[in-house]
Write a protein that binds this ligand. Structure first.
Ligand code: PEP
Ligand code: MG
Length: 324
Protein backbone atom coordinates (compact mmCIF):
# COMPACT_ATOMS: atom_id res chain seq x y z
CA UNK A 1 0.00 0.00 0.00
CA UNK A 2 2.92 2.31 0.74
CA UNK A 3 3.92 1.97 -2.93
CA UNK A 4 0.64 3.50 -4.05
CA UNK A 5 1.62 6.71 -2.34
CA UNK A 6 5.31 6.67 -3.28
CA UNK A 7 4.83 9.48 -5.79
CA UNK A 8 3.62 11.89 -3.11
CA UNK A 9 5.89 10.65 -0.33
CA UNK A 10 8.41 13.47 -0.61
CA UNK A 11 5.89 16.18 -1.41
CA UNK A 12 5.02 18.85 1.09
CA UNK A 13 1.47 18.60 2.37
CA UNK A 14 -0.12 21.75 0.97
CA UNK A 15 -3.88 21.92 0.44
CA UNK A 16 -5.59 23.41 -2.64
CA UNK A 17 -6.09 26.66 -0.72
CA UNK A 18 -2.42 26.82 0.23
CA UNK A 19 -2.48 25.61 3.84
CA UNK A 20 0.62 23.69 4.81
CA UNK A 21 0.42 20.73 7.18
CA UNK A 22 3.00 18.62 8.87
CA UNK A 23 2.35 14.88 8.90
CA UNK A 24 4.32 12.98 11.50
CA UNK A 25 4.13 9.45 12.84
CA UNK A 26 3.43 7.59 16.06
CA UNK A 27 6.01 5.05 17.22
CA UNK A 28 7.05 3.11 20.28
CA UNK A 29 9.53 0.44 19.28
CA UNK A 30 12.84 0.55 17.45
CA UNK A 31 11.20 -1.48 14.67
CA UNK A 32 8.91 1.46 13.90
CA UNK A 33 11.73 3.81 12.99
CA UNK A 34 12.43 2.64 9.42
CA UNK A 35 8.89 3.80 8.61
CA UNK A 36 10.05 7.39 8.96
CA UNK A 37 11.70 7.19 5.56
CA UNK A 38 9.30 4.81 3.86
CA UNK A 39 6.20 6.80 4.86
CA UNK A 40 7.61 10.26 4.29
CA UNK A 41 6.71 11.31 7.86
CA UNK A 42 8.39 14.56 8.83
CA UNK A 43 9.22 13.27 12.29
CA UNK A 44 7.87 11.26 15.22
CA UNK A 45 4.99 13.19 16.78
CA UNK A 46 4.45 10.64 19.54
CA UNK A 47 6.99 8.14 20.80
CA UNK A 48 5.16 6.01 23.36
CA UNK A 49 8.01 5.14 25.74
CA UNK A 50 5.91 2.78 27.85
CA UNK A 51 6.01 0.08 25.15
CA UNK A 52 9.67 -0.53 25.97
CA UNK A 53 8.78 -0.93 29.63
CA UNK A 54 5.85 -3.23 28.90
CA UNK A 55 7.79 -5.74 26.79
CA UNK A 56 10.26 -6.49 29.60
CA UNK A 57 9.96 -8.45 32.80
CA UNK A 58 12.07 -6.12 34.87
CA UNK A 59 12.55 -2.38 35.13
CA UNK A 60 15.01 -1.32 32.40
CA UNK A 61 18.28 0.16 33.63
CA UNK A 62 19.03 3.80 32.96
CA UNK A 63 22.00 2.81 30.80
CA UNK A 64 19.71 0.64 28.65
CA UNK A 65 17.33 3.55 28.17
CA UNK A 66 20.18 5.89 27.23
CA UNK A 67 21.27 3.48 24.54
CA UNK A 68 17.72 2.87 23.33
CA UNK A 69 16.72 6.55 23.09
CA UNK A 70 20.08 7.31 21.51
CA UNK A 71 19.39 4.73 18.81
CA UNK A 72 15.93 6.21 18.22
CA UNK A 73 17.46 9.65 17.69
CA UNK A 74 20.18 8.18 15.44
CA UNK A 75 17.53 6.47 13.33
CA UNK A 76 15.55 9.71 13.04
CA UNK A 77 18.50 11.42 11.31
CA UNK A 78 17.77 14.82 12.81
CA UNK A 79 14.00 14.66 12.35
CA UNK A 80 12.13 15.76 15.49
CA UNK A 81 11.11 12.99 17.90
CA UNK A 82 8.56 13.76 20.62
CA UNK A 83 9.30 11.43 23.53
CA UNK A 84 6.27 10.94 25.71
CA UNK A 85 7.20 10.00 29.27
CA UNK A 86 5.75 6.81 30.74
CA UNK A 87 2.02 6.45 30.30
CA UNK A 88 1.45 3.52 32.64
CA UNK A 89 -0.59 2.56 35.66
CA UNK A 90 -4.02 1.10 36.16
CA UNK A 91 -4.69 -1.14 33.19
CA UNK A 92 -1.16 -0.86 31.73
CA UNK A 93 0.49 -2.48 34.73
CA UNK A 94 4.17 -3.20 34.49
CA UNK A 95 4.77 -6.85 35.46
CA UNK A 96 7.45 -5.69 37.91
CA UNK A 97 5.34 -3.00 39.61
CA UNK A 98 2.97 -3.68 42.45
CA UNK A 99 -0.53 -3.57 40.95
CA UNK A 100 -3.00 -1.19 42.52
CA UNK A 101 -6.57 -2.29 42.79
CA UNK A 102 -8.73 0.48 41.39
CA UNK A 103 -12.44 0.41 40.53
CA UNK A 104 -12.00 2.75 37.53
CA UNK A 105 -8.48 2.27 36.15
CA UNK A 106 -8.95 4.72 33.25
CA UNK A 107 -9.76 7.41 35.78
CA UNK A 108 -7.18 6.18 38.22
CA UNK A 109 -3.57 6.49 39.22
CA UNK A 110 -1.89 6.59 35.85
CA UNK A 111 0.62 8.38 33.64
CA UNK A 112 1.84 11.70 35.04
CA UNK A 113 -0.03 11.08 38.30
CA UNK A 114 2.30 8.15 38.98
CA UNK A 115 5.26 10.15 37.70
CA UNK A 116 4.66 13.00 40.12
CA UNK A 117 3.77 10.88 43.15
CA UNK A 118 6.68 8.47 42.70
CA UNK A 119 9.22 10.52 40.78
CA UNK A 120 12.07 7.99 40.82
CA UNK A 121 11.26 6.37 37.49
CA UNK A 122 10.39 9.69 35.85
CA UNK A 123 13.72 11.16 36.94
CA UNK A 124 15.58 8.16 35.59
CA UNK A 125 13.75 8.51 32.30
CA UNK A 126 14.46 12.24 32.05
CA UNK A 127 18.14 11.63 32.77
CA UNK A 128 18.24 8.90 30.14
CA UNK A 129 16.63 11.20 27.56
CA UNK A 130 19.07 14.02 28.25
CA UNK A 131 22.08 11.70 28.05
CA UNK A 132 20.74 10.04 24.91
CA UNK A 133 20.30 13.42 23.23
CA UNK A 134 23.98 14.02 23.93
CA UNK A 135 23.94 17.58 22.66
CA UNK A 136 21.18 17.07 20.07
CA UNK A 137 17.75 18.75 20.28
CA UNK A 138 15.36 17.04 22.71
CA UNK A 139 11.57 17.10 22.91
CA UNK A 140 9.72 15.74 25.94
CA UNK A 141 5.94 15.44 26.35
CA UNK A 142 4.00 14.58 29.51
CA UNK A 143 0.88 12.42 29.20
CA UNK A 144 -2.49 12.88 30.86
CA UNK A 145 -2.00 16.37 32.25
CA UNK A 146 -5.38 17.38 33.73
CA UNK A 147 -4.46 20.70 35.29
CA UNK A 148 -1.73 23.28 34.79
CA UNK A 149 0.00 22.56 38.06
CA UNK A 150 0.81 19.00 36.99
CA UNK A 151 2.61 20.35 33.97
CA UNK A 152 4.50 22.91 36.05
CA UNK A 153 5.60 20.25 38.54
CA UNK A 154 6.77 17.97 35.76
CA UNK A 155 8.53 20.87 34.05
CA UNK A 156 10.32 21.62 37.35
CA UNK A 157 11.56 18.01 37.39
CA UNK A 158 12.99 18.53 33.92
CA UNK A 159 14.78 21.70 35.00
CA UNK A 160 16.16 20.02 38.12
CA UNK A 161 17.38 17.09 36.08
CA UNK A 162 19.04 19.37 33.54
CA UNK A 163 20.83 21.15 36.37
CA UNK A 164 21.97 17.86 37.88
CA UNK A 165 23.24 16.61 34.54
CA UNK A 166 25.10 19.86 33.97
CA UNK A 167 26.83 19.52 37.34
CA UNK A 168 27.76 15.93 36.52
CA UNK A 169 29.46 17.21 33.39
CA UNK A 170 27.08 15.71 30.81
CA UNK A 171 26.48 17.50 27.53
CA UNK A 172 23.10 19.22 27.58
CA UNK A 173 20.59 19.13 24.70
CA UNK A 174 21.12 21.77 22.04
CA UNK A 175 17.49 22.79 22.41
CA UNK A 176 14.84 21.54 24.81
CA UNK A 177 11.10 21.58 24.16
CA UNK A 178 8.73 20.46 26.90
CA UNK A 179 5.04 20.03 26.25
CA UNK A 180 1.92 18.22 27.38
CA UNK A 181 -0.78 16.02 25.98
CA UNK A 182 -4.25 17.46 26.08
CA UNK A 183 -6.35 14.37 26.71
CA UNK A 184 -8.66 15.39 29.51
CA UNK A 185 -11.36 18.00 28.75
CA UNK A 186 -10.31 19.97 31.85
CA UNK A 187 -7.04 21.05 30.28
CA UNK A 188 -8.86 22.76 27.42
CA UNK A 189 -10.33 25.09 30.07
CA UNK A 190 -7.10 25.77 31.98
CA UNK A 191 -6.15 29.43 32.55
CA UNK A 192 -4.81 31.11 29.42
CA UNK A 193 -1.51 31.45 31.28
CA UNK A 194 -1.07 27.69 30.97
CA UNK A 195 -1.23 28.00 27.19
CA UNK A 196 1.40 30.76 27.38
CA UNK A 197 3.69 28.63 29.55
CA UNK A 198 3.48 25.20 27.93
CA UNK A 199 6.04 24.55 25.20
CA UNK A 200 3.52 22.80 22.95
CA UNK A 201 0.35 20.74 23.17
CA UNK A 202 -0.71 17.54 21.49
CA UNK A 203 -4.33 16.45 21.60
CA UNK A 204 -4.59 12.79 22.58
CA UNK A 205 -7.86 12.27 20.81
CA UNK A 206 -8.33 8.68 21.97
CA UNK A 207 -8.47 9.65 25.62
CA UNK A 208 -9.98 13.10 25.06
CA UNK A 209 -12.93 11.57 23.24
CA UNK A 210 -13.34 8.82 25.83
CA UNK A 211 -13.58 11.37 28.63
CA UNK A 212 -15.59 13.94 26.70
CA UNK A 213 -18.35 11.48 25.83
CA UNK A 214 -17.84 9.31 28.94
CA UNK A 215 -17.45 6.29 26.65
CA UNK A 216 -14.75 3.72 27.35
CA UNK A 217 -12.37 3.54 24.37
CA UNK A 218 -11.91 -0.21 25.00
CA UNK A 219 -15.59 -1.06 25.24
CA UNK A 220 -16.92 -2.33 21.92
CA UNK A 221 -20.48 -1.58 22.89
CA UNK A 222 -19.91 2.13 23.31
CA UNK A 223 -16.67 3.13 21.66
CA UNK A 224 -18.12 3.82 18.24
CA UNK A 225 -21.31 5.32 19.54
CA UNK A 226 -20.11 8.93 19.41
CA UNK A 227 -18.73 10.38 16.22
CA UNK A 228 -15.47 12.33 16.23
CA UNK A 229 -17.27 14.65 13.82
CA UNK A 230 -19.99 15.26 16.41
CA UNK A 231 -20.48 19.03 16.65
CA UNK A 232 -19.84 19.07 20.42
CA UNK A 233 -16.46 17.44 19.98
CA UNK A 234 -15.59 19.78 17.11
CA UNK A 235 -16.50 22.73 19.35
CA UNK A 236 -14.00 21.48 21.89
CA UNK A 237 -11.35 21.15 19.19
CA UNK A 238 -12.18 24.63 17.92
CA UNK A 239 -11.74 26.04 21.41
CA UNK A 240 -8.36 24.34 21.84
CA UNK A 241 -7.19 25.67 18.46
CA UNK A 242 -8.28 29.20 19.35
CA UNK A 243 -6.64 29.17 22.76
CA UNK A 244 -3.38 27.87 21.32
CA UNK A 245 -3.50 30.51 18.60
CA UNK A 246 -3.91 33.30 21.18
CA UNK A 247 -0.77 32.13 22.98
CA UNK A 248 1.14 31.07 19.87
CA UNK A 249 1.36 27.54 21.30
CA UNK A 250 2.29 24.86 18.76
CA UNK A 251 -0.54 22.32 18.56
CA UNK A 252 -0.77 18.85 17.12
CA UNK A 253 -3.23 15.96 17.24
CA UNK A 254 -1.97 12.44 17.87
CA UNK A 255 -4.97 10.17 18.48
CA UNK A 256 -6.08 7.49 16.02
CA UNK A 257 -8.40 9.94 14.28
CA UNK A 258 -5.38 11.78 12.88
CA UNK A 259 -4.81 8.73 10.68
CA UNK A 260 -8.37 8.47 9.37
CA UNK A 261 -8.51 10.56 6.20
CA UNK A 262 -11.95 12.13 6.68
CA UNK A 263 -11.40 12.85 10.36
CA UNK A 264 -7.91 14.18 9.63
CA UNK A 265 -9.32 16.44 6.93
CA UNK A 266 -11.91 17.88 9.31
CA UNK A 267 -9.31 18.38 12.05
CA UNK A 268 -7.24 20.28 9.48
CA UNK A 269 -10.28 22.35 8.55
CA UNK A 270 -10.73 23.18 12.25
CA UNK A 271 -7.18 24.57 12.22
CA UNK A 272 -4.94 21.71 13.33
CA UNK A 273 -1.73 21.83 11.29
CA UNK A 274 0.27 18.90 12.66
CA UNK A 275 -1.16 15.40 12.62
CA UNK A 276 0.60 12.38 14.11
CA UNK A 277 -0.54 8.95 12.98
CA UNK A 278 0.37 5.35 12.19
CA UNK A 279 2.95 5.39 9.38
CA UNK A 280 0.61 3.55 7.00
CA UNK A 281 -1.91 6.38 7.27
CA UNK A 282 0.44 9.12 6.06
CA UNK A 283 -0.08 8.34 2.36
CA UNK A 284 -3.91 8.21 2.41
CA UNK A 285 -4.21 11.29 4.63
CA UNK A 286 -1.74 13.29 2.56
CA UNK A 287 -3.42 12.25 -0.67
CA UNK A 288 -6.80 13.58 0.50
CA UNK A 289 -5.33 16.80 1.94
CA UNK A 290 -3.53 17.57 -1.33
CA UNK A 291 -6.89 17.43 -3.15
CA UNK A 292 -8.87 19.51 -0.65
CA UNK A 293 -9.76 23.11 0.02
CA UNK A 294 -9.89 23.59 3.79
CA UNK A 295 -11.61 26.99 3.73
CA UNK A 296 -14.41 25.50 1.67
CA UNK A 297 -14.70 22.53 4.04
CA UNK A 298 -14.70 24.82 7.07
CA UNK A 299 -17.74 26.54 5.56
CA UNK A 300 -19.48 23.18 5.01
CA UNK A 301 -18.80 22.32 8.66
CA UNK A 302 -20.06 25.71 9.92
CA UNK A 303 -23.24 25.43 7.89
CA UNK A 304 -23.96 21.95 9.27
CA UNK A 305 -23.40 23.24 12.79
CA UNK A 306 -25.74 26.15 12.19
CA UNK A 307 -28.41 23.80 10.90
CA UNK A 308 -28.22 22.04 14.27
CA UNK A 309 -26.94 18.72 12.98
CA UNK A 310 -25.53 16.27 15.50
CA UNK A 311 -22.56 15.29 13.36
CA UNK A 312 -21.09 17.10 10.38
CA UNK A 313 -20.24 13.76 8.75
CA UNK A 314 -23.19 13.57 6.33
CA UNK A 315 -22.49 17.10 5.08
CA UNK A 316 -18.77 16.39 4.73
CA UNK A 317 -19.42 13.12 2.89
CA UNK A 318 -21.81 14.84 0.49
CA UNK A 319 -19.23 17.58 -0.17
CA UNK A 320 -16.50 15.00 -0.81
CA UNK A 321 -18.72 13.03 -3.17
CA UNK A 322 -19.50 16.10 -5.16
CA UNK A 323 -15.75 16.80 -5.54
CA UNK A 324 -14.89 13.42 -7.05
C1 PEP B 1 -4.45 9.35 22.93
O1 PEP B 1 -4.97 9.19 24.05
O2 PEP B 1 -5.06 9.80 21.94
C2 PEP B 1 -3.03 9.00 22.70
C3 PEP B 1 -2.43 9.32 21.58
O3 PEP B 1 -2.39 8.28 23.66
P1 PEP B 1 -2.66 6.73 23.92
O4 PEP B 1 -3.46 6.20 22.76
O5 PEP B 1 -1.31 6.10 24.04
O6 PEP B 1 -3.43 6.75 25.21
MG1 MG C 1 -3.79 8.79 25.81
Amino acid sequence: AQERYASIRDRKTVTLDGKELSLVMNAGLMADLPSLDSSGAEGVGLFRTELQFLVRNQMPKRSELVSLYGRVLDAAHGKRVVFRTLDIGSDKVLPYMKPTDEPNPALGWRAIRVGLDKPGVMRMQLQALIRAANGRPLTIMFPFVAQAEEYHMARAEVDKTIERERKLGHVLPETLEVGAMLETPSLAFAPQKFFDDVGFLSVGGNDLKQFFFAADRENERVRRRYDTLNVSFLSLIERIVERCAISGTPLSFCGEDAGRPIEALCLAAMGIRTLSMRPASIGPVKSLLLRSNLDELRKIISDARHRGEQSVRPAVMAWLKQQS
